[in-house]
Design a protein around this ligand. Structure first.
Ligand SMILES: Cc1ncc(COP(=O)(O)O)c(C=O)c1O
Length: 219
């Protein structure tokens, strides 16, 4: 099985057609099922574009399960109602069942998902506007030397704290010294040492306060 997360959490990166094609060739060569988590697809910032993996070719769609969710683009987190789009009968009938480590699908989640998709069509575009403004607030407020690449999608800033010398644990440093609770980069794998993740889907006041606290903790 080839897991694919595009747009990516935690980096906010969006894959281009050539990168996706390379992954498709890999999946075909090794006869792999692809599980494409595309739940952030509704929040891709200009000028980037989301390309659904299953749209590359019929033979790719036949081996792909695409996961979507209303929770990100419509800002309804926690309703536990992702949708799996399974094209090929052979995949649909495979004897695998999802596990539910974080909750079960439920009636409320289904109602929220349907309401979002049926009645919320202008919401994602407005949300993208606010998030683009927020991404710029984070960029402008953080101290020089703290690595920050503008996310191509969504609301997550993946902050490289290796330059300020905070490795391997900037998370504990910022919690103690700045009183800011971020996500520890190590929770996303060994490559995350020296990184923290900041969710910037919040108000302007908070987004001015967080970088200020981070700046002050480093001086
Ligand atoms: C890449 C990715 N996939 C899946 C999820 C979970 O989605 P849901 O809100 O539908 O539980 C998240 C939530 O953070 C995510 O970032």
């Amino acid at each position: 099985m080839l897991p694919l997360v595009d747009p990516h959490n935690p980096t906010g990166g969006v894959l281009g057609r050539e990168e996706l094609r390379a992954l498709a060739r890999l999946a075909l060569r090794h006869d792999l099922l692809v599980v494409a988590d595309e739940v952030h697809a509704g929040l891709v910032h200009d000028p980037y574009r989301h390309i659904p993996f299953a749209s590359l070719a019929d033979e790719v769609a036949d081996r792909t399960v695409t996961l979507t969710s209303a929770t990100k683009a419509f800002n309804v987190p926690g309703v536990r109602c992702a949708v799996a789009h399974v094209g090929a009968a052979a995949v649909r009938e495979a004897p695998t069942r999802p596990t539910h480590p974080h909750g079960e699908p439920n009636t409320f989640g289904v109602a929220v998902t349907l309401a979002a998709r049926r009645h919320g069509e202008d919401w994602p575009a407005r949300r993208r506007q606010v998030l683009a403004r927020n991404a710029a607030l984070v960029r402008d407020g953080l101290p020089a030397g703290m690595g920050y690449r503008m996310p191509q999608a969504a609301f997550l800033a993946w902050l490289d704290c290796r330059a300020p010398g905070l490795e391997p644990d900037p998370y504990t440093f910022f919690q103690g010294e700045a009183r800011v609770l971020l996500n520890d980069g190590r929770a996303f794998g060994p490559g995350g040492a020296g990184f923290v993740r900041l969710d910037f889907a919040t108000s302007r006041d908070i987004l001015e306060d967080i970088p200020r606290r981070i700046r002050e903790s480093l001086t």
